[in-house]
Every structure is written in C-alpha cells, then in structure tokens.
Design a binder for this molecule. Structure first.
Ligand code: HEC
Length: 142
C-alpha cells in the first residue's frame, strides 16, 4: 500500500517545511522544551528540538524528495504521479536542493540565513505546485 501524493505531502513535506519556515520568526534556541518533550507534537519543543529539529526536518525534506520519484504512486484523483514528464525530476531536484540549503542554514544557527533558505524552499514548493497542483482536482498531476 502506498500513500497517495496528497497524503504524502500532508504527512511529510507540510509539517517538515513548517519547522523550517518557523525558524525565520522564532529563534529555535529560545523554544523551551515541552512539559513532556518525548511526547511533544512541536518538533522545536521536543527531545530533539531547537536547532537540531530544524536541521533534521530540512534533511527529511531532502530525503522525501526520493519518495516523490517512486514508481506506482497515485495522485488523489487517481492519475499516476507524472514521473514521465521531464520537468517532474527537475522540480524534485529543486526540492532536494532546497532541503540541503535549509540544512546548511540551520547549521549556522543564523536566522537571516534561515529567511534566505525559506525563500528557496517556498520557491521549490511553488514551482511544482503551479504546474501540477494549482488546478481543478481532476486536472492535477497532468
Ligand atoms: C515535484 C512536485 C512537488 C513539489 C516539489 C512539492 N509538491 Fe506539494 N503537491 C504536489 C502535487 C502534484 C500535489 C497534489 C497531490 C494530489 O492531489 O494528490 C501536492 C499537494 C500538496 C499538499 C496537499 C494539498 C491539498 O489539496 O490537500 C500539500 C500540503 C503540499 N503539497 C505541500 C508541499 C510543500 C510544503 C512543498 C515544499 C516543501 C511541496 N508540497 C512540494 C507537487 C509537489
């Protein structure tokens, strides 16, 4: 069984990129641990929180890029993920690089660098969405 593309986005890239985006406005070093960090639903406040959470979520985004190229996955409307379109691989690579850019920025613990990396990330999500998502549900993934 495979998640469809929308489920994969909602379950991985969406929460992961929110951790990267949050580091623009909130200094992750200042986020206190949750009352029970081992059960925290906010990665920044978890046992593996603060800047480490930003690093790990940036890496996760780069890794999820590989899941976007797996054969057999469907979009929510039943169409195949458009792996055969040459620009799909290009958009996936842009996402992978955006993940690595965010990882490098998180390692510097510099919020200005995070703002730059967040812009790169936003562009990577958007370039693919403009082509394959921002349309009527039936026309997505064509
Ligand atoms: C290579 C292409 C591609 C990239 C890169 C990409 N997406 Fe997506 N995304 C899609 C497509 C196509 C859909 C529609 C999937 C479907 O309907 O099954 C989608 C759907 C989604 C959804 C679900 C929308 C809904 O209607 O429920 C979310 C959330 C999402 N993407 C977030 C992101 C974020 C955040 C990023 C960047 C970190 C990102 N995506 C990067 C192609 C991409």
């Amino acid at each position: 069984m495979q998640a469809n593309l929308a489920q994969l986005m909602r379950g991985t890239l969406y929460p992961e990129s929110n951790v990267v985006f949050a580091a623009q406005d909130v200094n992750p070093a200042d986020v206190p641990h949750a009352k029970d960090p081992s059960m925290a639903t906010d990665p920044l406040a978890s046992s593996y929180g603060k800047w480490q959470a930003v690093e790990n979520n940036a890496l996760a985004i780069a890794e999820v890029a590989d899941l976007l190229t797996l054969a057999g996955r469907k979009c929510a409307n039943g169409l195949d993920v458009p792996l055969k379109n040459p620009d799909w691989a290009k958009f996936v690579q842009e996402l992978r690089e955006a993940g690595m850019t965010a990882y490098a920025a998180a390692q510097t613990k510099n919020q200005d660098k995070m703002t730059e990396a967040a812009d790169v990330m936003t562009a990577a999500c958007m370039h693919c969405h403009v082509k394959y998502r921002e349309k009527k549900p039936a026309d997505r993934c064509k």
